[in-house]
Design a protein around this ligand. Structure first.
Ligand SMILES: Cc1nc(C(Cc2ccccc2)(Cc2ccc(NS(=O)(=O)O)cc2)c2noc(C)n2)no1
Length: 314
């Protein structure tokens, strides 16, 4: 029989272009200049191409009426397919999806598919769930990139003890072992206790980053990311990264940490910031929430590549 000729249909771009745009490391400076030209016209264009990525995923559990009060912002809900599930409390009533709900998503990283958990700043009604998630996920590091109040608006609950008195959060007792306040960030050590099991956790709060804004100084973020990365225990569970909505500043931190780990492997010849952000957008909405944050990641990477900021000059 006559074989029908195979018609091969190409999109205007192969799908891969939609999700990744690798750039040769030695060409990155020129690439940055091209994107930044004409008042960042091509940065705007590239950032705009990210807008539709991930919007096909559902957030049905976050939309449920019984979970409404567990969301800080009504438009920032966790995708169902990557949401972090709290372990069932009352096994019998399997319909009680609410008891497993928290506004948080697993985000893949350079070394593991669940390297991070991006989540909103806890609310007074969700801080016990937040500590429960930390216990269940064996998290040993929290990265907080917001202040509790910014420009007179509450951005995050003060979900940890104010002093060294042991404090109950649900079944978990938290005690602050130390607190050291530095100019741009504060480091706190906590012990967590549940049914006579004791664990330790380190909390990094970056305090010099305004919401919706870009940080401005790439050396600060670089020093912060390297400080955190250097202190994540090898056997730990996911690193929790949160800000107020858990998308803008959190996404920027995760993207930059990912690219720095990628650059540390000398065998890598390409950088794909577009691809890193596109992948994150398939895991949590609005990750890297503003164009300024997207440009900032590029600027920070450029400064690292050009040796303008490196470990040596601190
Ligand atoms: C998308 C988008 N959502 C918003 C919201 C929700 C919102 C959306 C549209 C109009 C008003 C509020 C929620 C929101 C709040 C803070 C952040 N920044 S983050 O904490 O770094 O992730 C990201 C999103 C917001 N922005 O300011 C405030 C306050 N909330 N802004 O853009």
């Amino acid at each position: 029989t006559e074989k029908t000729p195979q018609r091969r249909i190409f999109n205007t771009y192969p799908i891969s272009h939609k999700l990744s745009r690798p750039v040769l490391i030695e060409a990155f400076a020129e690439h940055y200049r091209q994107l930044a030209a004409d008042s960042e016209y091509r940065f705007q264009e590239e950032y705009d191409d990210l807008r539709s990525i991930g919007t096909n995923y559902s957030s049905l559990i976050g939309e449920r009426a019984e979970n409404r009060l567990k969301n800080r912002y009504t438009n920032i809900l966790p995708y169902d397919h990557t949401r972090v599930k709290l372990i069932e409390m009352n096994e019998d009533d399997e319909e009680d999806i609410g008891s497993t709900y928290i506004n948080a998503n697993y985000i893949s990283g350079y070394t593991s598919p669940r390297e991070y958990i991006a989540t909103q700043g806890p609310l007074p009604t969700t801080k016990d769930d937040f500590w429960r998630m930390i216990w269940e996920q064996n998290t040993q590091t929290i990265v907080m990139i917001t202040r509790c109040v910014e420009k007179g608006k509450v951005r995050c609950d003060h979900y940890w003890p104010f002093d060294s008195d042991p404090t109950e959060y649900g079944d978990i007792t938290i005690t602050m072992a130390s607190e050291s306040v530095l100019p741009e960030w504060t480091v706190r050590d906590f012990t967590l206790e549940l049914k006579r099991e004791v664990r330790s956790l380190r909390h990094f709060q970056f305090t010099a980053w305004p919401d919706h804004g870009a940080l401005g100084r790439t050396d600060l973020l670089l020093r912060f990311v390297r400080t955190v990365r250097g202190q994540i225990p090898r056997n730990a569970g996911p690193t929790i990264v949160h800000c107020s909505a858990g998308v803008g500043r959190s996404g920027t931190f995760v993207a930059f940490d990912f690219v720095l780990q990628h650059l540390a492997r000398k065998e890598n010849k390409f950088i794909d910031i577009f691809g890193v952000v596109a992948r994150m957008r398939q895991q949590r909405c609005y990750m890297v929430q503003t164009e300024a944050q997207y440009v900032f990641i590029h600027k920070a990477v450029l400064d690292v590549l050009e040796g303008r900021v490196s470990d040596s000059n601190w």
